[in-house]
Design a binder for this molecule. Structure first.
Ligand SMILES: [Cu+2]
Length: 128
């Protein structure tokens, strides 16, 4: 039994089980969500870096930071902040939200506000 446990630990180590992120070291990235755009609308992030995405909605409508493909590759400190099947962060008018995460995969990911993509409320997340 102890042998099995040791084997299990060895497999975890060999598979590169990531150490717990150091959330206190998060780099803050501010994104303002208003009618009808993200400012900035392009985010460039480094893979493996701990970030705090600070979403601010000074607008008059609820806005969403919708990035299903991106969130699917990220480690979130509080995954339950993601709504609508894990695809977005919802921020009410006048509200804000802090989303701590680590991006795990390089790539280019789409960003939209699910309610207002028709109005051009779109952007892009690049992970290097
Ligand atoms: Cu919106």
């Amino acid at each position: 039994m102890a042998g099995l446990v040791r084997l299990g630990l060895a497999v975890l180590v060999l598979c590169g089980a990531a150490p717990a992120p150091d959330w206190a070291a998060a780099k803050q990235v501010d994104v303002t969500m208003t009618e009808y755009r993200f400012v900035p609308d392009h985010l460039t992030l480094q893979r493996g870096t701990v970030y705090r995405l600070h979403l601010i909605n000074p607008g008059k409508e609820l806005h969403e930071f919708t990035a299903a493909a991106f969130f699917a590759t990220a480690t979130l400190r509080e995954p339950r902040m993601l709504v609508n099947g894990g695809q977005e962060i919802s921020v009410p008018a006048g509200g804000s939200a802090d989303v701590d995460f680590v991006a795990n995969r390089a790539g280019v990911f789409g960003l939209t506000c699910a309610d207002h993509d028709w109005a051009g409320m779109v952007g892009e997340i690049v992970v290097k």
